[in-house]
Design a protein around this ligand. Structure first.
Ligand code: LLP
Length: 421
């Protein structure tokens, strides 16, 4: 459930009419709902009730300062994958002991940043990374709390570009080599091995792959404890999928995920961390765009809109489906139209949907892309010199621009022309 509903014939975000925001901010823009973000965070938090746990929001899905602060104020930790995300979390007021550092390619500079600023743990993904972390921590006279990300060789049954838990993927250490790697890590100065990390992929729509992975992690916990390691924290990653196509998708709920966690690893007495991104932010955001033209092709109608692949790249990159609805509620019984929905960018990949059946719209009408709160704004670019679109947050009957649209000058003046030209 989210808080983007028609009221009195107009799409609302909570209690604010989307068209009123468009009139003030101008299309296109991203729009997020505080109530939905809050609800989704709480669903996870409550699903792990009764276990010592921390829900760390995967900031890669949405890293706006306002969103981070909102979630951190609810008690969330943060999962970061770069120095930039780490600093964003700190800037939004998240204490270091609630920040987890993930990612396969952490640099020395990033490790130093986190060790100096405070960190809950590093999720280490390889032996070379472990050696470097040991060196950096030792040189700073500190100790790095570490979990090792294991690759359980489980098929997440998701899009190939976002599956991470198969042995052919670049992530983690093969679970078969885990005991060896833990033994090496335990002998290194500046490293405190505290637990195990696993993340098998994103947009998972079944629980079975999680079950396989968590069961392997539970077995490994016992083995590592028998080897003398004090395994006290399990980071179980993110990945729970959301219904992009509402009419025919019903992925498992956080409560079911929570029950699975309790069933598979609950008996171990470990502190549990999870790193959800999409399920918290995805359906808490929409992207609003205006129709520029309706163009008749030989055998189809093109809806040419003012948002493009640079603003929301998921359809172009993963052939992802987003529900697209008119901002003005269609009259009952109206005959639907069929469109190819495209942006103004000069390549055919700039297509949001082909032969989409939806209520008819015309130039000047606003449409909304649902499920755009995760991996939307964060993956946008200025391709075709299109300034990044603004982000807006609604809270009840109020709204605020949480990232303004840059002016053309701001965009252009970031470049500098060398003096020899
Ligand atoms: N933890 C780790 C280590 C991850 O790599 C990811 C996502 C997450 C947590 C959060 O996963 P989530 O709960 O959001 O599924 N750009 C793609 C998604 C890439 C996900 C990468 N890793 C998309 O638009 O679908």
């Amino acid at each position: 459930m989210d808080h983007f509903l028609y009221k009195n014939g107009h799409l609302h975000a909570e209690d604010v009419a989307v068209r009123d925001i468009a009139a003030e901010v101008g299309a296109p823009f991203y729009l997020y709902s505080t109530a939905t973000l809050t609800r989704h965070f709480r669903l996870f938090d409550e699903a792990l009730d009764g276990m010592d746990h921390l829900v760390c929001f995967a900031m890669k899905s949405n890293s706006n300062q306002a969103i981070i602060k909102l979630l951190a104020d609810l008690g969330a930790g943060m999962d970061v994958v770069s120095g930039g995300e780490y600093l964003r979390a700190k800037a939004a007021g998240v204490p270091g002991d609630r920040i987890v550092f993930s990612g396969v390619g952490k640099t020395r500079a990033e490790m130093q940043l986190a060790l100096e600023g405070g960190i809950r743990q590093f999720n280490v993904e390889s032996e070379p990374e472990m050696l470097v972390l040991s060196e950096v921590a030792t040189s700073l006279g500190s100790t790095a709390p570490v979990t090792v990300r294991v690759n359980p060789d489980v098929d997440a049954k998701t899009h190939e570009k976002i599956a991470t838990g198969k042995s052919e993927n670049k992530f983690g250490i093969p679970i078969s080599r885990a005991r060896e790697v833990y033994a090496e890590a335990a002998a290194l100065p500046g490293i405190d091995v505290i637990g195990i990390d696993v993340h098998i992929g994103s947009q998972l729509t079944q629980l079975e792959p999680f079950e396989l992975a968590f069961t392997k992690v539970a077995e490994l916990t016992q083995e590592l404890r028998a080897d003398g390691h004090d395994i006290r924290r399990l980071d179980l990653g993110g990945g729970l999928g959301i219904p992009y196509e509402r009419s025919n998708e019903a992925p498992p709920l956080p409560i079911e995920f929570g029950q699975l966690v309790k069933r598979t690893v609950g008996h171990l007495g470990c502190e549990i961390e999870i790193e959800p991104g999409r399920l918290i932010s995805g359906n808490a955001g929409i992207m609003v765009s205006e129709v520029i033209y309706v163009k008749s092709g030989e055998d189809r109608e093109f809806l040419i809109i003012d948002a493009a692949m640079n603003d929301l790249i998921r359809p172009a990159m993963y052939s992802a489906y987003h529900d697209i609805i008119p901002v003005e509620e269609p009259k009952p019984g109206i005959e639907p139209a069929r469109y190819d929905i495209v942006g103004p960018v000069c390549e055919s990949g700039d297509t949001f949907a082909k032969q989409r059946i939806m209520p008819p719209v015309g130039p000047g009408d606003l449409i909304a892309f649902r499920s755009a709160g995760a991996y939307g704004a964060v993956m946008s670019s200025e391709y075709n010199s299109r300034p990044l679109i603004p982000e807006v947050l609604v809270h009840g009957d109020q709204f605020a621009v949480i990232r303004p649209r840059p002016t053309f000058d701001e965009m252009i003046n970031r470049d500098t022309i060398p003096q020899w030209l």
